[in-house]
Design a binder for this molecule. Structure first.
Ligand code: HAM
Length: 529
């Protein structure tokens, strides 16, 4: 018999098990409490979104959009897809007329299915799809005239070019929406803000979220394909630097509360649409001069996104990058004033920061303030949080041009790793997060004792105690042995003798002391120990 396959979580994706999950809950709870005191409320967002949302927000040229998204076509018509895949496998020959006939039949059937699909809305009624389906039909008429039965003595290469054209056109038709697992959530928050008309709400809209994100990166310590973020965004008509500073203050309060070790805040301003384009051109011109000394990635970025060259970690590129023009010296007066005021506002809040002119961040929507926080114990993936201002994004996604935005996202996996490395992860990990094991292991012996134990367990649990109640009767020694292995604090024993006397026997498992108590005495005993 074939060996059964062992299932494993897929690459870059992991399970978070107890007791570590208790630390996750503690971190998430702290975030809810701290963010709540700053007036933030939770938004729960979908995990699936349109590809286009991220392509437009984050930018087509970024690694996240061009390489890392888990995307798929969400079609309602698997038969249509099967039909066009069949078509793309056929290579008819003029030497075999039945192949040409069969191919023509396939094209006709597929085109009719697509025409019907467009009418019923089974496939998206986009202008591109309409043109492609019309193209299929008109080429089919053309083809039918050229290769008319019963005479197929066309030229093979003529036939080949028709076949290729049909296959490519059919494949270009979008059979459904292009969807993706979200790689981040800022774009989703902005989508939701616009979709629900939140601009009419009074004051700034302050939202936080937590949950999984997906990027197809090369997995390593602190870098996963399914990872988690705790993020927050402020959307509103003001871009006052005090907002930037308060968002950062909120983050630092959370990290302080969690006792995160070695948190360092890096800060930069990357200008806006008035000053950045000129800076980027200046940078590009300088990069052209040193092109030959750069690696392949940076050479490509000279054309696609020169700012990303500043992100490079390659050793030999560092001295070259250090000599490049710096954005701080190229900001327009408004951006300079904004940046200076952000720094002053951070000072008012007693928040230390390090300026880092190379902090450009990997997503296109940022402008002006960008920041990142690193922590200890993480190796090369040491950014626990990244964020910044994105004033043009709401308008770019079709919302009011007056809405500005700023926010951040904490990489929860990395935050937890750093806490664990610093020993903060050794939090009590029992079922209720109080101790390693249950408060009470309720050992019962005999059918009547089970009935009493079920009732007692309910009353203990109602009072907040963690109770382990064996589902089946066990021998005394085995049952108490299990209580030990589960690291229970107490074994409460209910047998015939206890039932008859209206009491229970309580054994403290740390030292074996044993006493007989009434139920009322048991509650006060458990309450005080
Ligand atoms: P991001 O810098 O792409 O920004 O991600 C934020 C944080 O998520 C990173 O600093 C890191 O801690 C964590 N992270 C990113 N990728 C991975 C991964 N593959 N594995 C583990 N952790 C990861 C954003 O996502 C923006 N949406 C942040 C933002 C919010 N900006 C404004 N508002």
């Amino acid at each position: 018999m074939a060996e059964k396959a062992k299932f494993q979580a897929i690459k870059g994706v992991r399970d978070i098990l107890p007791p570590e999950s208790a630390l996750w809950n503690r971190v998430e709870q702290a975030a809810r409490e701290v963010f709540g005191t700053f007036g933030f409320a939770e938004i729960r967002l979908p995990i699936l979104e349109h590809v286009e949302l991220f392509a437009r927000s984050i930018g087509e040229e970024t690694d996240v959009v061009s390489k890392e998204m888990y995307r798929f076509e969400d079609y309602e018509s698997p038969d249509l897809d099967a039909q066009r895949k069949t078509l793309s496998l056929r290579h008819p020959s003029v030497e075999r007329p039945f192949e040409v006939r069969f191919f023509a039949h396939n094209v006709d059937v597929l085109t009719t299915m697509m025409e019907d699909g467009l009418k019923t809305g089974q496939i998206p009624k986009t202008p591109e799809n309409r043109i492609l389906v019309l193209e299929l039909r008109s080429t089919f008429y053309d083809f039918s005239k050229t290769f008319a039965p019963p005479d197929y003595k066309g030229v093979q290469n003529r036939l080949d070019s028709y076949v290729k054209h049909f296959q490519e056109t059919a494949l270009a038709v979008m059979l459904g929406d292009q969807l993706t697992l979200r790689p981040e959530a800022t774009a989703s928050v902005v989508r939701a803000y616009i979709e629900h008309g939140m601009q009419v709400l009074p004051g700034n809209v302050k939202l936080y979220y937590m949950g999984p994100m997906f990027r197809r990166e090369r997995p390593q310590k602190g870098r996963y394909r399914q990872f988690y973020q705790i993020g927050a965004e402020v959307l509103g008509s003001s871009d006052a630097p005090g907002i930037d500073a308060e968002v950062i203050e909120m983050l630092m309060r959370l990290f302080e509360r969690l006792k995160l070790k070695g948190a360092v805040l890096s800060l930069n301003s990357i200008g806006d649409k008035n000053c950045r384009p000129a800076y980027v051109e200046k940078l590009r011109a300088e990069l052209q001069k040193v092109r030959e000394q750069l690696g392949a990635d940076c050479q490509r970025r000279i054309e696609t996104n020169p700012l990303r060259v500043l992100d490079s970690k390659l050793e030999h590129e560092q001295p070259i990058i250090e000599k490049l023009p710096r954005i701080a010296e190229n900001l327009c007066a408004d951006c300079r004033a904004h940046y200076d005021e952000v720094k002053r506002q951070l000072g008012l809040r007693g928040i230390a920061y390090k300026e880092n002119w190379r902090l450009v961040r990997g997503l296109d929507y940022y402008m002006r303030t960008t920041f990142e926080i690193t922590a200890t114990g993480l190796g090369s993936q040491n950014a626990v949080c990244g964020g910044g201002r994105y004033d043009g994004l709401v308008e770019l996604l079709g919302g009011p041009a007056t809405t500005k935005g700023i926010g951040f996202a904490i990489g929860t996996d990395r935050l937890i790793l750093s806490l664990q490395e610093a020993g903060e992860g050794a939090a009590p990990g029992g079922p209720a997060g109080k101790a390693d094991g249950p408060d009470v292991y309720l050992a019962w012996f005999g059918a009547a004792a089970q009935v009493a134990a079920i009732g007692l367990a309910r009353r203990l649990r109602d009072a907040g105690f963690v109770v382990e109640l064996p589902a089946v009767e066990m021998k005394f020694g085995k049952s108490l042995g299990l209580a030990d292995r589960l690291k229970a604090l107490h074994a409460v024993i209910v047998g015939d003798d206890e039932l008859a006397a209206g009491i229970v026997t309580v054994k403290r498992l740390s030292d074996g002391t044993q006493q007989k108590l009434s139920e009322q005495e048991l509650f006060s005993y458990l309450g005080v120990v």
